[in-house]
Design a protein around this ligand. Structure first.
Ligand code: ADP
Length: 469
């Protein structure tokens, strides 16, 4: 990983260097050359026109002597470091001023054509083979009284442009070198902001894969990589919680299955080997039946919860009379209530009260709540179920005056398999799954359930349902 990522970036860096040099050498050189040619050409053209219009016309009016013209041309030659030719309109040389290195000028320019420059201001080349080296040539007319009497030609060696170009390209290469060295900092940036955090994330991924979910990624930057590591940290903590939950869940399930099975096995063994005499069978068969019922309930509860977990709970919502459902559910507890001398009081403001919900699921909620209320009530007490209508919602309360729930357990009673220490002795059959199921059903309806309870005084569970549509 280290070598590949580094190699890739180094390779890109080197390619970037080569491309930069190539660009300066081709495009840069081309642009500089054309710029210099245009610049030098137009400067020479301006100079030539200035002399040709301000000074040289006087030669033709005889107010300027040939030697004066010569002095002027010599001055220009030195100033411009160029060859200066002054011809008549047919190209016959009047005066010239030559650089030392230059070849001797012709007496007359053969096939002289001042218009050959065309639309451009200058000519490139060895000007009709009069020069051995390449020159840049400008031609300016000398007019006197609206008549062109002669021409001024300036030939400057092209070498001048080539030298200037070399200097500029050299500067460009130096700037490029500095930029190239500075851009090395991008590699540092990649190292610190991408490569190092990536290595930490890869290490973390390896740790997670090997099962070490405690591993934490310490990257606190406020960028995509920081966000990614925060998400991974969150993910590992979630998986950790899930693993813990799973372990706890399996431990609870095994425990709840094991205890009834152990007692069933014990009694059956005792009956088989004659420890329990036949006349006592009835008593022990009742216990075995009780334990098998507990196992059936537990399995049923687990299946119900599993259904909630695996698929989005599909509700079969309808309008129905909640009072009727409460009455029927309460009736199913008649036997238990009579045995415990508990009476169920139904406090309804109207005969019927319609709600919009899944009837079967709400029946289960009421069953679980009433079951708990009766289970944890003291004998000779009252369990009351009351309905009220407020703000377009129906509130159903199931209230008992039983053992109550300790304050510290109030949040935990909704967890799967949770039982308060107070209730353990009283309720041997409970699975600790009833309220977890209730909570899931309320969540699926988008409604709430709350509990108010005081230890030793009693508990009240209140849930809401939407009124009929
Ligand atoms: P269980 O099947 O054991 O009743 P639940 O999930 O219905 O499981 O309830 C969880 C625990 O909450 C119970 O074991 C009990 O400790 C406590 N609890 C529930 N309802 C009541 C109540 N009405 N009075 C006192 N404690 C209650």
């Amino acid at each position: 990983m280290r070598s590949t990522l580094y190699l890739k970036f180094t390779f890109i860096y080197i390619i970037f260097g080569f491309l930069s040099i190539f660009t300066v050498a081709t495009l840069g050189s081309e642009l500089v050359t054309s710029h210099l040619e245009r610049n030098v050409g137009s400067e020479l053209y301006k100079e030539a026109n200035l002399i040709a219009s301000d000074y040289l016309p006087a030669y033709f009016t005889e107010s300027l002597s040939a030697s004066d013209v010569q002095v002027q041309l010599n001055g220009m030659r030195t100033y411009l470091d160029a060859d200066i030719w002054f011809t008549d309109s047919a190209g016959k040389m009047i005066r010239s001023s030559q650089r030392i290195s230059s070849v001797v000028h012709p007496l007359e320019i053969e096939n002289f054509n001042p218009a050959e420059v065309g639309s451009s201001q200058f000519l490139l080349g060895n000007y009709h083979n009069y020069f051995q080296e390449e020159m840049i040539t400008v031609i300016a007319p000398v007019t006197e009284g609206f008549v062109t009497r002669g021409y001024l030609l300036i030939h400057k060696p092209y070498q001048y442009i080539a030298d200037a170009k070399v200097n500029i390209i050299l500067i460009m290469y130096m700037v490029l070198l500095v930029i190239y060295i500075l851009s090395f900092s991008i590699l540092f940036g990649v190292h610190f902001f991408v490569y190092r955090p990536l290595r930490k994330i890869t290490e973390a991924a390896k740790q997670y894969a090997s099962g070490n979910l405690e591993h934490e990624i310490h990257i606190n930057t406020e960028d995509e990589i920081g966000y990614l590591s925060a998400s991974l940290n969150y993910m590992s903590s979630q998986i950790r919680d899930m693993n813990d939950y799973e372990k706890k869940f399996i431990a609870n399930v095994s425990h709840d299955f094991r205890s009834p099975l152990t007692s069933i096995k014990g009694y059956v063994n005792a009956m088989a080997d004659g420890t329990i005499p036949v006349e006592m069978y009835e008593k022990y068969l009742k216990i075995i039946l009780f334990e098998t019922e507990r196992l059936t309930d537990l399995t049923q509860d687990l299946l119900t919860l599993n259904e909630f977990d695996t698929k989005e709970l599909l509700l079969d919502k309808n309008n129905f009379d909640i009072h009727e459902v409460i009455r029927n559910t309460a009736a199913s507890f008649e036997g238990t209530c009579t045995a415990k001398k508990i009476s169920i009081e139904l406090i309804f403001a109207s005969k019927t009260l319609n709600v919009y919900a899944d009837k079967r699921k709400i029946q289960q909620v009421l069953y679980n709540l009433l079951d708990n209320a009766i289970k944890f009530s003291n004998p000779d007490s009252i369990v009351s179920v009351e309905t009220t209508e407020r703000f377009g919602k129906i509130f159903i309360s199931v209230k008992d005056s039983g053992i109550g729930i300790p304050k510290k357990s109030l949040n935990q009673i909704w967890e799967r398999f949770y039982k308060t220490d107070l209730s353990r002795g009283k309720d041997k059959k409970g699975t600790g799954l009833g309220l977890a199921i209730v909570k899931e059903i309320m969540k699926a309806h988008g409604e709430n359930i709350n509990v108010i309870s005081t230890e030793g005084v009693g508990s009240e569970f209140i849930f809401s349902l939407p009124a009929q549509k």
